[in-house]
Structures are given as C-alpha cells and as structure tokens.
Design a binder for this molecule. Sequence first.
Ligand code: NI
Length: 398
Amino acid sequence: MNLIRDKIEQLAKHYLAEIIALRRKLHTIPELSFEEYQTSDLIALLLEKYGIEFQKGIAKTGVVGLIKGKNPQSKVVALRADMDALQIKELNDVEYKSKHPGKMHACGHDVHIASLLGTAKILQEIRNELNGTVKLIFQPSEEKYPGGAKVMIEEGVLKNPKVDVIFGQHVYPELDAGQVGMKSGKYMASTDEIFLTVKGKGGHGAIPDRNIDPVLIASHIIVALQQIVSRNAKPVMPTVLTFGRIIGDGMTNVIPDEVKIEGIMRTFDEEWRAEMKKRITKMAQTIAESMGGKCEVFIDQGYPYLVNDKKVTENTRNSAKKFLGNENVHNLEMRTTAEDFAYYTQHIPGCFYRLGIRNIKKGINSNLHTATFDVDESSLETGMGLMAWIVYRELLNV
Ligand code: NI
C-alpha cells in the first residue's frame, strides 16, 4: 500500500474525461513542424489555469513549464512531449476529426501533449510531496530535421535549472491500452538521408556507345552499396540502407543525362555511422567514375541513436510494475526507426518508453503515420498517471 501511488491513480481517473476532451481538441487542430502556434497557445493557456509557471517561444513554438516541490534544488526531472502533426489527410470518421485540411495527428503527438498536461495537473496538486523540481518540455518539430529537440537544447532547455534526468513517452500500436514497454540501453537508430545524383551523357538509346548511361551506373551503385551492410557492418551492429526513390527520366529509347537516387541509412554507433558515410561516398563516386560518369553525394545529417540509461530505465520499469502490475510492463527490442528525443539522451540520462494504445475489440489497431491511426483513449489515464508516479519515485532517488 502506498498512499501517494493511490492518490496519483485516483487523480488520473478523476481527470480522464477532461484530458480526453483536451486530446480531442488538439486532434482537431494539427499543425506541422515549427508551425505549432495554436497548439502552443492552448498549452500556455492551460498551464496558466493550472497555476504552473512557464516560458513560451523557445525554439519558436516550444513551451517550458516548471513545478517546484519541497526541495527544489535537490533534483530536476524533465518530461518531454512533442507537438507536431503530419501531412496526411485523415480518413477517420470521428467527431474530433482534423479540421486542418491535409494535416493530421497521425503519430499520436496530441496524446503526448494531453497526457503531459494531465501529468502536470497531478504533479501540481501533489507538489508538496515532490522532492525536487519538474520541468515540462512541450517540444516542436519531432518529425522534421533538424528536430525541435536539438534547437531547444541549443536554446538552453536543459539548463537553468539544470536537468538531471529526462523522460519521454510515445504511443505504440503494438501494445494494448493499459500496457507499456521499454528497452534499456540502445533503443532507436540514428538516421541520415542520402541524396545521390549520377551524371552521365544522355542520347539515343539505340547507340549507347556514344553516350554515358547514368541508369546503368545508378543500378551498379545501388547494388554495390548493399555490400556495406552485408560485408562491412559488424554482424552485431544493426545497419539499414534503403533507397526508396530513383528518378531517371528518359524514355524507352532515350538515355537521360542524370539519375537521382534517394534513401536512408540507420544504425546504432557514431563511429560506424561516420565510416558508413565515407564508404557510401567513395563507392558511389568511384563506381560512377570507372564507368565514365560522375556521382554527386549529399548526406543530410539526421538524429543520433537513442540510448536509454540502464539505471534510470530499471527504475522506470520497477515504477511501471508497481503502478500497472508486472503483466502490463513489456520488454521491447531495438528499433530501426528514429526519434529526436535521442538528442536529450546524448546529454543526460533518460528513458523513452512506449505507451500502449491498441484495442482490437474496438478496431483500434492502425499503424503510426497512417490516415486511419487512432488510439484507445483510456490510454491517457495510464499515460498521465504513470508518468506522475515515475517522477515522484525518480525524485526520491537522489
Ligand atoms: Ni512520433
């Protein structure tokens, strides 16, 4: 029996209807990366109403709130929710359907914001029981490079007061509502985007000897680059190289002047990541040159890999088990998707865990980034209550 645990659980139940209404409101007003103005205004309005001090306009549309407990200097825990939506036309026929044409909260960031506001309300109510300070980070632009996390860190979000530990949660359609999952150590991949332009000399397809065929060169490059994954990457180092776009706009009998190839690379080690970029560049350039053409290489720097601190994750797992029961806390595997929460974990210890939102009986099981994505809203009760409980316990751990 723990009185604080029970109090947090009751408060989460008590606030659920209000937080569901808030999530629905946010769902109707999705905004793209670094354009989250209405969202930002709504968050500020609510923090003001809850009596929580805050600052607006960090990294353009970011909002940062502060809740001080009884020993505010002893430890500072930060909680992060991302705010941006996607360029997807919503296909759900629900009363809270997106009112912004062509935009949709299809990655659940509306749930993250509403849930964090619920957590804030709970923590504000029990602040005299908190042994430290809680920083609430509402972050813009998770979906788009360079990522709001990077900009917020550059603008000092982890300082003044200095943050000791950070937590983030993300909706997860592979777990039922009421459950959570996490992984200690390396969890999500680094991500970079690759842009190759193969230059040849176009002309009549029937007399290839007079031309330099960039289509054939591009084909060799695409096949050859996979050997970086199969022959150069250590077998224990997960590595992904995918090309999803190739444009060679000639005709059946016309060889084009150039071919564009675009793709991604993902991995879990900074040294190997840098080495991969060198190998891709050298291989693409030398193959093109050996065949008489040229290849221009541009690799756009994305997010680093995300690492969950071992000790913090162990504490989080134990907190989750005490709050939800052992059977509702799952161990997850590494994922080759990416998250800009990774930037925080490069600076300070943190834990990024997953919140179950699936409900197969209700037909709620669409994937993230799809036009039919939705959540079982009972997950908001789990989301806000669990996070408040994790914070309470983490602050006791000085
Ligand atoms: Ni997301």
